[in-house]
Design a protein around this ligand. Structure first.
Ligand code: PHE
Length: 449
């Protein structure tokens, strides 16, 4: 009863599909279409892809289920959700710091996410007017060489994010995601077919799916694991915050399977759409963050109706980014407004402003600060990405797994799980208790000690 009241004041998702749509909206974004292909490219392809898939299954999925369990059980924002569930399990309230680290990570991620998403917005117009006269790599260089240009689009994207979160997450995105995400899916399939016909498909398949483990280092492991956390949107409370709005009759395990599968599917489709073009146009698979922009623009320049399909692609990619960026802002905003510290609108303004300021550093790291290194030969953007994807998210995820596996009261867990096949339950628990935290710890150990 009490929880029902909570949900009412907090706002709950209406309709069976809304949670899946919102959670997939959070998961599917730049991580899948921009991040996954370029990281697979710089890490040599197949082996990275295989390790990435392993991490999704072994670490990501069990942790996703755990995060939703905590979120829905408490019906609060992540800081208070951790606190509440810890109290209900007679554990220390220090567990709330997992929620705090999530808010912190969310702001850091949002700062560079908005810069990249800004580039997507810019490409809507570039693709509409591009005649193919300038080569795509040159085009990308000219886009990122102008600090003012990057800052302009970064500002637009951050403003959009703040506006949607101010409006309240359930009115803000539910409707948008319902139509536009499936459209993105259809367009991705179209691009895959185009790449199959016009690109070097067989070389791309070999690159992506024939693993060569000879060059795998501990760094590859860490990057693949970080990418899995980032892409699923785990380890920082986004999905926990969304879980708080999930109605009790929804099955957490099937929902998690659906979201993780959709997310993985989109990443793989992006890879299959991009690499055939890369090889056919003799572009460099390891060229880094510009990969999706350069390859897709090359394809649109060649294709009939490219000036219509191109902008459409970048519009949908921007929407996918927006449905992720709002979930980065949500844990902090939900906390401040739930505590009555500030209104939802004010919280959204202040937190997004912080992220905007930090984002300036990332925008400049493409041009005037490109030689300015912060952590171990990484520029500003790469350093923030390293700290979040490869440290904070896996660490947050590990603590969530340890909490649910070892400290959360079992009756609370079984309550949330509802009717579930006992073998599946046993398996999940085994993964949450042992496999997921030990895998993260092992990868950290290999890399840092
Ligand atoms: N999953 C999103 C993407 O792939 C980014 C994200 C990370 C969202 C962490 C929420 C939390 O683009």
């Amino acid at each position: 009863m009490e929880i029902e009241k909570q949900l009412k004041s907090h706002g709950a998702w209406i309709g069976k599909w809304t949670f899946i749509l919102a959670a997939s909206g959070s998961a599917v974004g730049l991580g899948n279409i921009w991040g996954f292909p370029y990281k697979a490219g710089t890490n040599g392809g197949g082996a990275f892809v295989l390790i990435y898939l392993g991490c999704i299954l072994v670490i990501g999925l069990p942790i996703m289920i755990s995060e939703i369990i905590i979120g829905r059980r408490a019906g609060n924002s992540p800081v208070n959700a951790m606190r509440r569930v810890a109290i209900d399990s007679n554990q220390s309230t220090l567990w709330r710091f997992v929620g705090w680290s999530g808010i912190f990570a969310g702001v850091l991620i949002l700062s560079f996410y908005s810069v990249i998403a800004g580039i997507c917005l810019n490409y809507i117009f570039i693709a509409a007017s591009s005649s193919g006269a300038i080569s795509s790599p040159d085009q990308f260089s000219s886009v990122i060489s102008s600090p003012l240009n990057l800052l302009f689009w970064h500002t637009i994207f951050m403003t959009l994010t703040a506006l949607i979160v101010s409006a309240g997450i359930k009115d803000g995105i539910g409707r948008m995601v319902k139509i536009l995400m499936p459209m993105l899916g259809v367009l991705m399939i179209f691009m895959v077919i185009y790449a199959m016909i016009n690109g070097d498909f067989s070389q791309a398949m070999t690159f992506l799916f024939a693993p060569d483990f000879s060059n795998v280092t501990s760094d590859t492991l860490l990057q693949a694991m970080g990418q899995a956390f980032f892409s699923l949107g785990l380890g920082m409370g986004s999905i926990m915050a969304y879980g708080a709005y999930m109605s009790k009759d929804q099955n957490i395990v099937t929902n998690s399977f659906t979201v993780a599968s959709l997310d993985t599917l989109v990443a793989i489709l992006a890879g299959i759409a991009i690499f055939p073009i890369i090889f056919a146009f003799s572009l460099e698979p390891n060229s880094g963050p510009g990969l999706v922009f350069v390859s897709m623009l090359s394809a649109f320049n060649q294709m009939q109706f490219g000036q219509i399909i191109g902008p459409l692609f970048f519009i949908l990619l921007s929407v996918a980014a927006l449905s992720s960026s709002i979930s980065l802002l949500e844990p902090g905003v939900a906390y401040m407004s739930e505590e009555g510290i500030l209104s939802r609108k004010r919280s959204a303004q202040i937190i997004s402003f912080l992220a905007w300021v930090l984002g300036i550093g990332s925008a400049l790291s493409f041009n005037i600060w490109s030689d300015y290194q912060i952590i171990a030969e990484r520029n500003f953007l790469d350093s923030i990405e390293f700290v979040t994807n490869q440290i904070l998210l896996p660490l947050g995820g590990m603590f969530i797994a340890i909490f649910v596996g070892w400290f959360m009261k079992k009756s609370l867990i079984t309550d949330e799980m509802g009717s579930i096949n006992p073998v599946l339950f046993f398996l999940w628990r085994f993964f949450v208790k042992f496999i997921a935290p030990l895998s993260v710890a092992y990868i950290f150990y290999k890399q840092f000690f």
